[in-house]
Design a binder for this molecule. Structure first.
Ligand SMILES: CC(C)(COP(=O)(O)OP(=O)(O)OC[C@H]1O[C@@H](n2cnc3c(N)ncnc32)[C@H](O)[C@@H]1OP(=O)(O)O)[C@@H](O)C(=O)NCCC(=O)NCCS
Length: 163
C-alpha cells in the first residue's frame, strides 16, 4: 500500500541547525553507503562535520541549505552551488539526502525543486547507487560517461549525471 504521509516541511537551515544537518548527513551516508565507506572516514566525519556545517551555515555568502523536517526532527537536506568556470553546467546539486524512513514521500523531489528548480544542472552520484540514479533519471538527468574517485568519501567512485 502506498505511504500516505505527506512530504516533510522544508525551510532554509540556519547556523542553529548545524548539529542536526551534520547528524542527518552522517546517518544518510551510513544508510546509503554502509561498509563501502571505512570506519575511520565515518569517525572523522562525526568529529569534523558539526564544525564544518556551523562554518558553512554562518557564512553570509554561503549557499542556501534546504532542511526538511518532520515533527521537529531533521529528515533531509539539499544544497546547490555554482561549480565555477569550465564546468559543463553552471549549477551543481552538491548534496541531496533524505533519511531512509522518509523515502517515497516526495521530500527528495521537493528538496530538488527548491535547490535547483528545473535548471540545467550537474550532480555526482555513487556508481552503485541505482536508487538515486533512478530518482535523478526520473527528474530528467542522464549519465554523461564521466567518472571520478573521491578520497574524502573513502574512495567511492562517482558518475556524473546532467540535465
Ligand atoms: C534519492 C533520494 C533523494 C530520493 O528521495 P525520496 O524522497 O525518496 O524521493 P521521492 O519520494 O521524492 O521520489 C519522487 C519521485 O521520484 C520517483 N523515483 C524515486 N526513486 C526512483 C527510482 N529509483 N527510479 C525511478 N523513479 C524514482 C518516484 O517514483 C516519484 O515519482 P512521482 O513523483 O512521479 O510519483 C533519497 O532516496 C535519498 O536521499 N537517498 C539516499 C541519499 C542519496 O542517494 N542521495 C543522492 C546522492 S547524490
Amino acid at each position: 500500500m502506498p505511504d500516505q504521509k505527506p512530504s516533510a516541511r522544508i525551510r532554509p537551515a540556519t547556523v542553529l541547525d548545524a548539529p542536526a544537518v551534520a547528524a542527518v548527513h552522517l546517518r544518510c551516508w551510513r544508510e546509503t553507503y554502509g561498509e563501502k565507506i571505512p570506519a575511520d572516514v565515518y569517525a572523522e566525519r562525526e568529529a569534523a562535520g558539526p564544525g564544518e556545517w556551523e562554518r558553512l551555515l554562518s557564512d553570509p555568502d554561503g549557499p542556501t541549505v534546504w532542511l526538511a523536517h518532520r515533527d521537529g526532527e531533521a529528515v533531509g537536506f539539499a544544497m546547490a552551488v555554482a561549480p565555477g568556470a569550465g564546468h559543463v553546467r553552471p549549477l551543481e546539486l552538491r548534496l541531496l539526502h533524505v533519511v531512509a524512513q522518509e523515502h517515497g514521500r516526495r521530500t527528495g523531489t521537493h528538496l530538488l525543486q527548491l535547490a535547483v528548480g528545473d535548471a540545467p544542472c550537474q550532480v555526482w552520484v555513487e556508481e552503485g547507487n541505482a536508487h538515486a540514479q533512478g530518482f535523478f533519471r526520473h527528474h530528467g538527468f542522464e549519465l554523461d560517461g564521466e567518472r571520478r574517485t573521491v578520497a574524502a568519501r573513502g574512495s567511492l567512485t562517482e558518475v556524473r549525471m546532467l540535465r
